[in-house]
Design a protein around this ligand. Sequence first.
Ligand code: ADE
Length: 444
Amino acid sequence: MQNDGSHPFVIDRLTDSPGVLRCEGHRGSAPNVRFRASLPTGRVPALSQSFPGEGGPGADMSLETIARLAGVSRSTVSRVVNDDPRVRPAVRERVRAVISDQDYHPNAAARSLASRKTRIIGLLIPGAVSFVFSDPYFPTLIQGITDACNAADLHVMLMMDPSDDPATIDRLYRRVIRGRHIDGLVIGTSMIDDPLVARMRDDRFPTVVIGRRPDEPMLSSVDIDNREAARLTVEHLIDHGHRRIGLIGGPRVVIAAQNRFDGYHDALAAAGIVADPDLVLDSDFTQSGGSAAMRHLLGAPGGPPSAVFVASDTMAAGAFTTLAEAGARVPDDIALVGFDGLERHLQTHPTLSTLAQPITGLARAAVEMLRRRIDAPEAPPVHHLLPTFLWRRGSCGCSGPAPPGSVWHPTGTVIAADVQGDPRSHAEKGGEPVHDHPALVAPV
Ligand code: ADE
């Protein structure tokens, strides 16, 4: 029976016995016009191709058809599809040309079975990060991870563990990680006491953590030197002549927030300034949190600070709002410096001075490191620190962009693979900064 594509056939019944495929059906536009066909299994692709009205080009193509058209065996096509190096370059090219001509897309499930890889990586946003939708750090990170995966022909499974319930976390772990739904995992931010981290390490599951975990040297990590970057930022406020400097910090379950808190104290201590506990507040990386914290600082018992280090730009935007409502001028009454370098998204007057971290660079580096881990799971863990950038603008008392050449954070170095699994940075161990690492990208 011929099918010209304008009257697609509908298959009602398909029976598969060894070597023969039997099918029965009717014409789509005429249910009374029935057909029955019996085909040797080897001709199934030809049957599919004779139904042009169904699916797009290549939708029903099979490995066998590609093999026949390329004049190679099915297993050679399978090897090419799975990037197996055991195929001669000329043959690989020929098979790829046929694949491209026929617009063939390998069946993902079959491909996974053959390669034991899903080409999916997980991005875990730990459950306690309830502010994920109100902190632009995360959309920026997710975008960076997605772009890097798209470029590498990988897919991202976003895993947001919504609960603090250990049973839910356990189920997620067993189903997705043990069930190998993904080839590897990026943990989007480092949390103190994250229950999944130790399990990844024990299972030797390919994992890269964004954020440092000196307590877990066996898990690869990529980060900035948050403590040193915060110290440098507060030192800059001290250089402007401030001594009564407040801190609006992030939630200290996030290791980066704890590191920034420590860096703030380091800078004060180095200048011989005793921190006033009334000026040190933990907030939540949100704009409303930043506004509320600034209200507290304005009412501090010993009077408001003359400058505030705000541990994220989003909170700094909130602090700006409170100051405007209170009629306080920035930087004359209170100077501000943020952190993250997201200020492009935030319109503040004057412009926000900020310690920029390369969020997209962290994302790209994490994906690249994870790909290497997946390919060589037994290789020693690596730890990278990316450089940061202090934008000195209006809100700290400087004006205009920072002078060129003076802005890369001197200890924000990219470190080489560390065979000892030592998560200290290259600079912390006394090494020279390395500025030409491929993971090094301009700040976002
Ligand atoms: N900046 C804002 N939120 C952050 C987070 N969760 N981790 C690191 N830096 C951030």
